[in-house]
Write a protein that binds this ligand. Sequence first.
Ligand code: ZN
Length: 409
Amino acid sequence: MYEPLLNRFIAYAKVNTRSNPHSSTIPSTPSQIDFALNLAEELKKIGLDEVEYNEDNGFVTATLPSNVDKDVPVIGFLAHIDTADYAAENIQPQVHRNYDGKDILLNEELAITMTVAEFPQLKNYVGQTVITTDGTTLLGADDKAGMASIVSAMEEYIKHPERPHGKIRVAFGPDEEIGTGALLFDVEHFDADFAYTLDSGIVGKFEYETFNAAQAEITFKGTSVHPGSAKDSMVNALLLAAQFATALPQEEVPEKTEGYEGFYMLSSQVGTIDEVKATYIIRDHDKRLFENRKRHFKELVDQFNSTFDQPRLSLKLYDQYYNMRDIIEKDMYSVDLALEAYRELGIEPDVKPFRGGTDGSIITYKGLPTPNIFTGSENLHGKYEFVTLEGMEKAADVVMKIIELTAAK
Ligand SMILES: [Zn+2]
């Protein structure tokens, strides 16, 4: 049904839209602007209305106008333009049709193979069209697969005006991977009643619970003195930072937790005897436990400072996003509708608390409930990333089924 889906995905995937966490521009990289402008042209060409590129936030939005006489809710669908902070230069998607279930040679020259021993889930895709990298970059199925599925579903509706649908809004935005894109999303202008991101993994996944998230940046100030005369005067910021890291609960780290268990994670630490800068992330699904974690972190900083005659640690602690469940569970309509669509299509819903955040975590708190639908992709953010055409088709099916069910109610 979605003839152009594969080609559309490949065309999107080939463009380097890597975001840059160290940039202060919006979007974080100019290539995302070029991509968005081309996308806007494509959306106009397939026949969507109100196609707009907003240069203040980097989002492309468009409308599929209602073709029914009654009032039905306006549904939004979103995907992100950028790809993770991983090699994205010269992406060469490889298409493996009628996949035979064996190891996949990604790159003959460099002898890079994706093996079934290492990735046993490959067995689930026998007979399907598997799209991989050439072993040197990521694929960017996160989230070009989501984009391609949404655009292809819109194109289907335009080609088949006899199918009833309400008003649909679509949005494609930058910088999801660096957690900033959705902060500037204009929910009022988008004007949907509820929305979905297509930004999850394998077929069946559905998420409406995410972490509450905060980031802590600590600077450890040392006193650097020649080691020969350092007695009673040197304060080694490197050791101080190491002591701080080991004073945190050692079992509450990502590698030792799962499900609803929260954690602290040291994500970077650089410095010298004189000064160390460390970054931690703090995560918990439960708002109360999340607040406790932040409090514990602050208290530990104070405790360390109290052992010196001057403050040696300075802390910048800020919230990044919140668990969308706390909002969505007040009205489960968007969740129930999506799961009904999954079941009608014979897709077994796999609903688990997501150990991360999505654009929806931020957008939901702006007032637009936005759970997350699968894209059919796996092994995201690296050279073993892949997606199947069948998975992308199912994601497009879910989009269309949600629209169809809404128009029929
Ligand atoms: Zn993503």
